[in-house]
Design a protein around this ligand. Structure first.
Ligand code: PAF
Length: 283
């Protein structure tokens, strides 16, 4: 595996691969890799000739007072994992390599950025879109892989790709979960033993929502109320939001008549956790 830290090195490497007619798969990450990342990486390894992974804890997507400084990092461990998986190229830029002094260009997907997580993290998606667009310009992938756990991020990035006519396909893979249902996230690292147990309220709430839809409950309000009640009964959890939204525009849905997204964000201890599930009404 080649580990590169400079933009120019990655561009040269990719140019070389392209001249050999190879397809490029790309998995952007903020490191502290878990099985969810590995699913994306393995898919890229299966589907494309060359797999590039980036590790960059992107300061632009953290707001003031958020967890940028304490976001978990372990480059040595990540690097070993990626080598074992057979990744071709790891791009680990420093902060100045990605955002040079004077950087002043940002990308926003206006109608989607303020919904759901955008309400409590108003600059998050501007930071995500900007860094991902920059990474796409550096790596020039044919396909880039993202996790369904960050559903809003995936929807926003798909829109950015469409709106800006980018030549990259976004492939979104299902949420990876622990056996007991907790969605994998680098931020699970913040949880102590009790909080780890309390965090199950997210996946349990979503399961309950799916069960209610299976029993032909169509009213979003009834489902949202039930999930909120479950969260309020967990003393270590504090709700940020619970919503049922359209899968394309993230607008709230009143009646569940087609596939719809149940999404939630909950604070547990120092962690703000997100999760989601697709609700499929019975025919
Ligand atoms: O999902 C993430 O880890 C980040 O938001 C991403 C896509 C790597 C951009 O920094």
């Amino acid at each position: 595996m080649k580990t590169l830290t400079r933009v120019i090195q990655v561009k040269e490497e990719i140019r070389d691969m392209r001249s050999q007619g190879k397809t490029i798969g790309f998995v952007p990450t903020m490191g502290y890799l878990h099985e969810g990342h590995l699913n994306l990486i393995r898919e890229s390894l299966r589907k494309t000739d060359v797999t590039v992974v980036s590790i960059f804890v992107n300061p632009a997507q953290f707001g003031p007072g958020e967890d940028f400084a304490r976001y978990p990092r372990n480059l040595e461990r990540d690097s070993e994992i990626l080598k074992k998986e057979g990744v071709d190229c790891l791009f680990v830029p420093g902060p100045e390599e990605m955002f040079h002094k004077g950087h002043n260009t940002y990308v926003d997907v206006y109608d989607l950025k303020d919904k759901l997580c955008g309400r409590s993290r108003p600059t998050q998606f501007r930071g995500v879109c900007t860094v991902v667009l920059k990474l796409f310009n550096i790596v020039g992938p044919d396909v880039s892989y993202f996790g369904q756990k960050d559903a809003q991020q995936a929807i926003i990035l798909k829109r950015m790709v469409e709106d800006l006519n980018l030549d990259v396909k976004i492939d979104v893979l299902p949420i990876a979960r622990e056996e007991d249902g907790l969605a994998l996230s680098s931020r699970n690292e913040y949880l102590n033993k009790e909080e780890r147990k309390a965090a199950l309220v997210l996946s349990k709430g979503l399961k309950e929502a799916q069960m209610m839809v299976e029993k032909r409950e169509e009213k979003s309000e009834a489902i949202i109320d039930r999930v909120k009640e479950m969260i309020s009964q967990e003393p270590l959890a504090k709700m940020d939001y619970v919503e049922i939204v359209d899968m394309d525009n993230l607008d709230p849905v009143v009646r569940i008549e087609k596939e719809t997204l149940a999404v939630l964000a909950v604070f547990v201890g120092k962690a703000r956790l997100i999760d989601n599930a697709i609700l499929r009404p019975k025919e």
